[in-house]
Design a protein around this ligand. Structure first.
Ligand SMILES: C[S@@+](CC[C@H](N)C(=O)[O-])C[C@H]1O[C@@H](n2cnc3c(N)ncnc32)[C@H](O)[C@@H]1O
Length: 171
């Protein structure tokens, strides 16, 4: 899983607040686990928005499928690395916002960079990549990929977390 406890409501709110319900119509969550953040994202999204989630663990896929019955949501049982293939099949041309809980600090940096660059390439200009972590280890990587970075500390979480948001800049 990559965490000792589910994300607190303070962390979930800090993440969901970064979604703009007026502009973010195609939102993608990577690594939702049992869906604790997913619920906050769905509550934040407008009725005409779409949420696509990627999760590799079949237990969580089953749990999320049983918990949420929301027509805005598409559940993909595959690694985030393969997002492009799924977006093409779904007719998605660009993404407004990514929310990721993938524990990248536990994965090879080359894989993290590949997934992060894939997110960057699918984002619309001005779209955002939002990631939470418990350490600042990967900040340099995100800055390298996106050329910008904003960090918010969420103390009321076990352990305290940081929410990183990066915007896709124009050329
Ligand atoms: C820390 S959990 C997220 C838990 C939940 N979002 C929370 O805040 O409590 C990370 C999740 O990322 C998933 N994951 C790891 N690598 C992945 C990948 N390459 N693609 C999609 N999901 C992945 C894991 O299966 C796990 O469910």
């Amino acid at each position: 899983m990559g965490s000792v406890a589910p994300s607190s409501r303070f962390l979930c709110r800090a993440i969901a607040r970064k979604i703009n319900p007026e502009k973010d119509k195609i939102v993608v969550e990577l690594g939702p686990g049992d869906g604790v953040i997913t619920r906050f994202i769905l509550n934040r999204l407008s009725t005409d928005a779409r949420l696509v989630i990627f999760e590799i663990n079949p237990v969580f896929i089953e749990k999320i499928s049983a918990t949420f019955n929301d027509p805005r949501m598409t559940i993909v049982h595959d690694t985030a690395e393969n997002m492009g293939q799924h977006f093409r099949e779904m007719g998605i041309q660009e993404v407004d916002c990514f929310v990721s809980g993938i524990p990248f600090v536990m994965l090879p940096e080359s894989l993290t960079e590949r997934i992060t660059r894939e997110c960057q390439s699918w984002l619309r200009e001005g779209g955002r990549f939002i990631q939470f972590h418990y350490s600042p280890l990967l900040l340099r990587l995100y800055r390298r990929v996106f050329r910008n970075l904003h960090v918010e500390v969420v103390a009321f979480n076990i352990p305290p977390a940081i929410v990183i948001s990066c915007e896709k800049l124009g050329i």
